[in-house]
Design a protein around this ligand. Structure first.
Ligand code: HEM
Length: 453
């Protein structure tokens, strides 16, 4: 199949355009670019373990998409750098994000509640409103106080910062990027005047980064990986809450309410006492992962040895060949997740659920693995999980909502990522448990109750 037909199938059928037959471990496909697609869970884990050894990354390329250099200040995003450069960038981002993670529980509660107090009972442009919730959590955790960032400008930056690799799609993607460039300038100006910018530059310097490198890494990490990447998951898990039974929601609520009461708010300790909420979030990430495809290239003709269901195998990869692991299909592999198309929110509970985390590779590594300079695993894992758990706990414990239409996920809309196929729109949003809200978050309760009458 040629690139144009491949691109067309990919744009119209998304993940379903390369649905696996589960027989071939490295299926030859074309999704706008020729590639070998990996859909088996264990095989993908083998591929990931080989980065830096047999497979590598190509600078400024995610395989099916590439970052626009004028949006990154000419600085290559960390996860498509290699060797010492990758180690340097990753070490820096790990330090930034480990500091940020501890602040997330308190910030997500404040962000959800203060955003809701401005929503009214029928919030429009709901997905952008959720981006504001994520931004108001992640930005202060990294940059401290700053001039407020608008969700619209972050959305524009995120859609401008990458473009498709396939020539036919590249042509179709917007040529006039004036608004996106304005958003970029506005974001950079706010970042540079933020409370912690100088501290971050000093930290970057201590890791051997120039000012441009520090700013470039922070921009891409915070606004693309972090905010844009997590928004699709917060929207996805919110929509999933609307699709489970009232009894199940009540069970999740009781657990979260007990932990919030015990700890007097959303503290790290309270989040640690919400295994059911955590299992729900992990199942949302499994059923509808973001970061749908991970790309690798073979720097030379190579024989890749790997372990598959059928035992020890090997495959020949040609020089320059692109290998894509599909997190969508890897997390739907029936060999590791029973009835993968079913949404089973208890899947990650108890000892069996603990064992299943071995194969939950949404962050490009096993859930219990640690992101490090020597691997490419997501350094925002803990921050993202706290944010998602915290938001589910707050929304589900105090609020009720009705969507305009039931959410569906068919895997055919690649651009929707973890979100349902159709835009999530709210018909009605209300406070479901005002007494609990007053009890646990008295400083937000009046504003919200006045706004949502
Ligand atoms: C649920 C939300 C998230 C998911 C599912 C996710 C997933 C991933 C995945 C799969 C990768 C590896 C991509 C690749 O190398 O091909 C990655 C890398 C990365 N993520 Fe995340 N991520 C999330 C949230 C975040 C957040 C909140 C941040 C930071 C604020 C972040 C920062 C990064 C960075 C800097 C890298 C590059 C790692 C490297 O250079 O080795 N991510 N993420």
């Amino acid at each position: 199949m040629g690139n144009t037909l491949g691109a067309f199938r990919f744009m119209t059928r998304g993940n379903q355009s390369y649905a696996p037959d589960r027989e071939e471990d490295f299926a030859e496909k074309n999704i706008g670019v020729p590639c070998r697609v990996v859909t088996g869970n264990k095989v993908a884990q083998n591929v990931v373990a080989n980065i830096g050894n047999i497979l590598t990354r190509e600078e400024f390329s995610f395989g099916i998409a590439v970052p626009r250099r004028d949006f990154t200040g000419g600085v290559c995003p960390s996860n498509v750098t290699t060797g010492k450069t990758h180690e340097k960038y990753k070490r820096f981002m790990l330090e930034v994000l480990s500091k940020a993670s501890g602040e997330i529980p308190v910030l997500i509660a404040k962000s959800v509640l203060s955003n809701i107090s401005q929503w009214g009972s029928a919030p429009r442009d709901f997905e952008l409103k959720m981006m504001a919730v994520v931004a108001d959590t992640l930005i202060p955790s990294i940059f401290g106080q700053s001039t407020p960032f608008e969700a619209e400008e972050i959305d524009l930056y995120a859609s401008g910062v990458i473009e498709p690799t396939a020539p036919v799609l590249k042509q179709l993607s917007r040529m006039n990027l004036d608004k996106e460039r304005q958003a970029l300038s506005s974001i950079v100006a706010k970042v540079k005047t933020s409370e912690r910018y100088q501290q971050l530059l000093d930290l970057g310097k201590s890791h051997g980064l120039t000012e441009e490198e520090t700013t470039g890494q922070l921009l891409f990490t915070a606004f693309f990986n972090g905010i844009a990447g997590t928004t699709v998951n917060i929207v996805g898990s919110f929509a999933r809450l609307a699709s489970i039974s009232g009894e199940d929601r009540e069970e999740l609520r009781e657990e979260a309410l007990a932990a919030l009461k015990k700890h007097g708010g959303l503290t790290p300790e309270a989040l640690g006492e919400m295994p059911k909420v955590e299992s729900f979030v992990l199942e949302s990430l499994r059923a509808n992962p973001s970061a749908l495809i991970w790309g690798f290239v073979a720097p030379r003709p190579t024989t890749l040895k790997y372990t598959a269901k059928s035992g020890e195998r090997e495959v020949e990869i040609k020089e320059g060949e692109l290998v894509l692991a599909s997190s969508y299909w890897v997390l739907r592999d029936p060999a590791v997740f029973d009835k993968p198309e079913d949404f089973v929110w208890r899947r990650f509970l108890g000892p069996e659920g603990e064992a299943r985390r071995q194969d939950h590779v949404v962050f490009m590594g096993r859930l219990n693995d640690t992101p490090a300079p020597s691997n490419y695993m997501c350094p925002g894992k803990d921050a993202a999980l706290s944010l998602l758990k915290g938001s589910v706990a707050i929304f589900n414990t105090f609020f009720g909502w009705e969507l305009q239409e039931p959410p569906v996920w068919t895997g055919t809309k690649f651009l929707r990522s973890a979100m349902p196929d159709n835009e999530v729109k709210i018909k009605k949003f209300w406070v479901q448990h005002p007494e609990d809200l007053k009890d646990i978050f008295p400083s937000h309760a009046d504003d919200i109750l006045n706004a949502l009458v």
